[in-house]
Design a protein around this ligand. Structure first.
Ligand SMILES: O=P(O)(O)OC[C@H]1O[C@](O)(COP(=O)(O)O)[C@@H](O)[C@@H]1O
Ligand SMILES: [Mg+2]
Ligand SMILES: [Mg+2]
Length: 335
């Protein structure tokens, strides 16, 4: 039956469908993320009120002004993840260092670490444009009952056991993979339940949407400049459509549904680009590949990059395979 004529009652409730590939603990971990997503969604949907918009007055490790909603989302996800006795460590965009959850206790059998961008698209908060949350889950590499170390977090993206995002848009959706495809769930806020609204999400092989902050065009490497000009030429099915929301999650989500490519290149202003490998690029790359898409730094597959520090940045290109292959050819030629 096509999704169109399914009634709400016929949507498979996520508990019966999305966990067929996951262990009980991982299911419970994703359940805790789902709970935190509902709480944050409620706050996002009233962010126009004085108590939650605006800067929190602090600056995070990235040197960025923390928005109140950044801090709120960070607190909620950490608090929810701590309470479930499943996670032994958390790294967040909003925390200087990783957080240990009683892993020194020899009875602590918690074996997962979570890396999170609690609020993605911060520049959109005060202007009522969609934002998101991104998460990445690994098994710890250090022995259970011993202290968590940075090695538990500096794992290659190809070791992830799950990754996903929440997009707080016209509706709130949770989209994630556990390594067996990508499923999208839409929140029915009236009853607080996520419904499987987008089963087996996949990038179209090709597309005609490109997402990049063209304000930085003059600072881009020549190969990226050449590709952007290619997108704008009157030829074949071009010029493509330019769409840039300013939230990685939102641009990625639209491109996965319609086909397209997202680009955050390095530039003379940001020599490694802006996006963080561990809690933005790796999870989105895992989802992209599980959805028949592709993700690289322009040369190397994102999931094969060996991380060296918690908040390291990499150039990030992600989307429909055919568009990504064309972009990488331009980068190869133009350097
Ligand atoms: O404003 P810019 O430089 O184009 O950057 C926009 C990009 O930066 C981000 O907002 C970075 O994420 P954070 O908001 O979590 O820092 C992405 O979501 C978005 O795609
Ligand atoms: Mg982000
Ligand atoms: Mg963020």
């Amino acid at each position: 039956m096509s999704r169109k004529n399914q009634t709400l009652g016929e949507f498979i409730i996520e508990n019966q469908s999305s966990f067929k590939y996951t262990s009980g603990e991982l299911s419970r971990l994703i359940n805790s993320i789902r709970l935190a997503a509902k709480v944050v969604s409620h706050e996002v949907n009233k962010a126009g009120l004085v108590d939650i918009i605006g800067a929190a007055g602090d600056v995070n490790i990235q040197g960025e002004d923390q928005q109140k909603l950044d801090v709120y989302a960070n607190d909620k996800f950490i608090q929810t993840l701590k309470n479930r006795n499943i996670v032994c460590g958390i790294a967040s965009e909003e925390e200087d260092d990783f957080i240990t959850i009683n892993s020194q206790d020899e009875n602590n059998q918690n074996k997962y670490v979570v890396l999170i961008d609690p609020l993605d698209g911060s520049s959109n908060i005060d202007v009522n444009v969609s934002v998101g949350t991104i998460f990445s889950i690994y098994r710890r590499v250090t022995p259970i009952g011993t202290p968590v170390t940075i090695d538990d977090f500096l794992q290659e993206g190809n070791q992830q056991v799950a990754a996903g995002y929440v997009v707080y848009g016209t509706s709130t959706m949770l989209v994630y993979t556990t390594g067996a495809g990508v499923n999208g769930f839409t929140l029915n806020p009236a009853i607080g339940t996520f419904y499987l609204s987008h089963p087996t999400m996949e990038f179209p092989e090709n597309g005609n949407i490109y997402s990049v902050n063209e304000g930085n065009y003059i600072h881009f490497p020549q190969g990226v400049k050449d590709y952007i000009k290619y997108c704008q030429m009157e030829e074949d099915n071009r010029p493509y459509t330019a769409r840039y929301i300013g939230s990685l999650v939102s641009d990625f989500h639209r491109n996965m549904i319609k086909g397209g490519i997202y680009m955050y290149p390095k530039s003379s202003k940001a020599t490694n680009g802006k996006l963080r490998l561990l809690y933005e690029c790796n999870p989105m790359a895992f989802i992209a590949e599980q959805a028949n898409g592709k993700a690289s730094d322009g040369v190397t597959r994102i999931l094969d990059i060996k991380p060296t520090e918690l908040h390291e940045r990499v150039p990030f290109f992600c989307g429909s395979k055919t568009m990504m292959n064309t972009l990488e050819d331009f980068i190869q030629k133009g350097k």
